[in-house]
Write a protein that binds this ligand. Structure first.
Ligand code: GCO
Ligand code: MG
Length: 428
């Protein structure tokens, strides 16, 4: 019995030694932001975490398209000195301590900076383990990531053609928009401009023309392409809550896959009313930076898809917890994935999408060649699916020399105001 116990201890010691062999403690030596803009109208911020092991680094997305320089400062001035010398393996501890290191927390700038660090640590751990990140999250629940794409046109025939092209690329889930968000081109008489309120570049949108046009748009596309096509639409929080509820009721008969952002986060309280009025599937969350915004909507089953922007929530660490919470309330994931998420961020979305059971759909974007060259290993799209490569970590790298060739554009990229006829500013 004593001999057997000794052998057990020896075996355990051997296993522990094997687990640690060659994996010296990994210290963070530098956390730095890389800013580049190879994609039109986009200002990528990617965080590179360098380590005590020469040549071993991790990459994470910290892209806040409207405030990239603020995120840069948060990383350089605060996260870098905070992280130097710390153990890169302890992702959760680093997330929790960095999160509270500002005392005041959450919010778009600090969360994006934290996300860059967090995702880079997951990339690092995958590289150390010699595994893609999805393996660290429990492996694949599906062979690839079903995606939706954007179709748009300022007229119904133009939109129809855009839908046809998206179907030709193999997409079965297509977001349909009539021009820009809220179809401002349908609105006339921007009286405020003649009165000199605001700047001439500012937009104008009336709710009525949009609220009338969207059901007609669904009618047309449904009649043209039938029921097999999954249709999505982004209301982008542009109309008053009661109008949003009425529009969601009207769209119910067209069986949309989901209607997105019917309400702004400031009107989260209205989701109960919406839920009582119709069974239109609802997606919400790209603007969320605080757990108070998603916990209630998920736990009261007031939405069907959670659309958090991973870096706005603080990275992969909080996002996998959001997915886990959502699973218990039958809410599916539909992470935010437009052009102003970097290829590293898209890879992080995809690795999580592969590993969670309650996956709903993934927003996708076709990056241009320049972006794919700056970020070798960028996920690929084929037949409506996103594919990651099986390289360790997220499988996306960064060519810094090339990235420097695409400096950020001069204009800071803030969201221009859109106004009602009388000049009232509306949610963007
Ligand atoms: C979407 C979004 C985006 C945002 C953009 C803000 O559903 O993809 O609404 O288009 O407006 O990411 O910068
Ligand atoms: Mg949206």
């Amino acid at each position: 019995m004593f001999g057997w116990l000794t052998r057990q201890d020896e075996a355990l010691a051997e296993a522990e030694a094997r687990a640690g062999r060659g994996l010296a403690p990994l210290k963070i030596t530098k956390v730095r932001p890389v800013l580049t803009a190879p994609q039109p109208r986009t200002r990528f911020v990617v965080v590179k975490v360098e380590t005590s092991e020469p040549g071993l680094y991790g990459l994470g997305c910290a892209t806040f398209n409207q405030r990239p320089l603020a995120v840069k400062a948060a990383v350089e001035e605060y996260l870098d000195p905070f992280c130097r010398g710390r153990d890169a393996d302890n992702i959760e501890d680093l997330w929790q301590t960095a999160y509270t290191s500002s005392y005041w927390r959450n919010g778009p700038v600090l969360n994006n900076a934290l996300s860059g660090l967090d995702q880079a640590l997951w990339d690092l751990k995958g590289k150390r383990a010699g595994m893609p990140v999805y393996q660290l999250l429990g492996g694949k629940c599906r062979f690839a990531v079903p995606c939706y794409t954007h179709a748009s046109g300022s007229t119904l025939p133009a939109l129809e053609e855009s839908v046809r092209q998206s179907m030709a690329r193999g997409f079965r889930h297509i977001r349909i928009q009539l021009g820009g968000y809220g179809s401002p081109h349908l609105s006339a008489d921007a009286d405020f401009q003649a009165e000199g309120l605001g700047l001439p570049v500012e937009g104008h949108m009336e709710a009525r023309p949009y609220l009338k046009a969207v059901p007609q748009m669904f009618e047309r596309i449904r009649n043209q392409f039938g029921d097999a096509l999954e249709l999505l639409h982004d209301m982008h929080e542009r109309v008053e809550p009661i109008d949003a509820i009425n529009l969601c009721k009207e769209l119910e008969r067209y069986h949309p896959f989901f209607i997105e952002d019917p309400l702004p986060p400031e009107a989260n309280g209205y989701f109960r009313n919406l839920r009582q009025q119709c069974a239109t599937p609802i997606a919400m969350g790209e603007l969320f930076n605080n757990p108070h915004e998603w916990v209630g909507l998920i736990s009261e089953r007031l939405i069907d898809f959670i659309r958090v922007h991973l870096s706005q929530a603080g990275g992969l660490t909080p996002a996998r917890k959001i997915a886990a919470l959502a699973e218990w309330f039958q809410v599916r994931t539909a992470w935010h994935g437009p052009a102003d998420v970097s290829p590293v961020g898209h890879a992080a979305n995809a690795h999580l999408d592969l590993a969670v059971h309650n996956f709903g759909i993934q927003e996708s974007v076709q990056f241009n060649d320049a972006t794919r060259e700056v970020f070798p290993g960028t996920p690929t799209l084929k037949d409506g699916y996103m594919f990651i490569n099986e390289a360790p970590g997220f499988g996306v790298d960064l060519n810094e020399e090339l990235a420097r060739k695409f400096p950020l554009p001069q204009n800071p990229g803030y969201w221009l105001p859109t106004r009602r006829r009388d000049g009232t500013a509306i949610r963007p």
